[in-house]
Ligand binder design. Structure first.
Ligand code: SAM
Length: 346
């Protein structure tokens, strides 16, 4: 049976919890005069942020204001939005002053009317490129590769996308409204999810090495090898703040301003558990499943559809990944590097 999103991503909840202090600050500084609209962009099944939103709603209600509160959950049409509304409705059921709503669609588009949102939030959702970059032909992840020209291409697309995301949010926010983003990022020592600076193996190098072995064993073709690219990019703090410092950006022109930013680190929860129980079987499967949850589609998409084969190369990839982790658990960990960015519309 396939596990739901929240069960497969223990680290994502920890990342959201670490942003609770800044979320409370955003809410405390809101001038609440009318009905209040909050939105969670790229919420998946909403389970990882349930405690986070519960605390925010409680903070607002403690202010004893008469405003009605609406919490809007967003994710793509293809998401399990049934699971999302179920998790969101925990906050509204039996609570007349709170409504929970779903807005299905892409956050690359404007999703709600101008000046509706008081507080926008997004966690670990905005690192996927909106348009495929197809110039990485010697690795499966651009940041782990030595391919400088592909890296520039990925960076260019990532910055274009980020400008667009912030432009849309700058339209949706009320004047005085706050936006808090929590995103997978790259720190000043070039650490990012999958690369903790050499403490353990670079997960992306390991994935690539298996994918290249599949080519050498003729289990995938040269074209499939080259297409096997994880289409995301982990931005640096400067890259995140660029649309807020560049006065010519649409987001800036619409009044979106930087309040503060920081980088936070979350150690791999699967590894932490393994350190205590030394259950290598559980660790290797748990870690593989979380990696598979965000990378599988990149490899499935690389495969020719009408090609007869005995075994699915993507299944082989993740089976081999599990074996590698199992054979050397000490040397594996998936530590998060997340960037927090607090913004206000003026
Ligand atoms: C890793 S999950 C994060 C979920 C949750 N925010 C958390 O932190 O646990 C990323 C989510 O972003 C969603 N997503 C990706 N691109 C999106 C887009 N363009 N518009 C809306 N949602 C998107 C995915 O469908 C997925 O559910």
């Amino acid at each position: 049976m396939t596990k739901g999103y929240s069960e497969q991503t223990a680290g994502a909840k920890l990342c959201i919890d670490l942003a609770s202090d800044w979320a409370s600050e955003c809410i405390a500084n809101l001038n609440i005069e009318d009905n209040l609209f909050m939105m969670d962009y790229g919420a998946a099944d909403g389970g990882t942020a349930s405690e986070f939103w519960g605390k925010i709603i409680q903070d607002i209600r403690e202010r004893e204001i008469t405003s009605q509160i609406s919490l809007i959950g967003n994710d793509l049409y293809s998401n399990d939005n049934q699971a999302l509304i179920k998790n969101l409705s925990v906050h509204s059921s039996g609570n007349e002053s709170v409504s929970t709503l779903i807005c299905a669609g892409s956050f690359y588009d404007q999703l709600v009317p101008d000046r509706l949102i008081d507080f926008g939030f997004s966690a670990t959702a905005m690192h996927w490129l909106n348009k495929k970059v197809e110039t990485l032909d010697n690795h499966t992840h651009v940041l782990a590769s030595n391919n400088k020209s592909a890296r520039n291409d990925f960076l260019e697309q990532a910055l274009y996308d980020w400008n667009q995301i912030l432009e849309m949010r700058s339209r949706e926010l009320k004047v005085g409204g706050k936006l808090l983003t929590v995103n997978l990022s790259r720190d000043h020592e070039d650490r990012y999810l999958g690369n903790n600076g050499g403490g353990t193996v670079n997960v992306h190098d390991q994935i690539h090495s298996i994918w290249r072995d599949l080519l050498q064993e003729n289990l995938i073709t040269e074209a499939e090898y080259k297409r096997g690219t994880i289409q995301n990019f982990y931005k640096s703090p400067e890259e995140f703040t660029l649309p807020l410092t560049n006065k010519a950006s649409e987001a800036y022109k619409n009044g979106l301003r930087l309040l503060k930013e920081r980088t936070v680190y979350v150690e791999c929860p699967y590894k932490e558990k393994w350190k205590n129980n030394k259950d290598t079987e559980e660790f290797s499967i748990g870690l593989m499943e979380t990696i598979r949850s965000w990378s599988r589609h990149s490899f499935d998409a690389a495969l020719e559809k009408n090609y007869e084969r005995e075994a699915n190369p993507t299944d082989i990839l993740f089976n081999r990944l599990t074996s590698l982790i199992r054979s050397d658990p000490e040397n594996w960990s998936l530590d998060y590097v997340e960037h927090h960015l607090m913004m206000e519309k003026v």
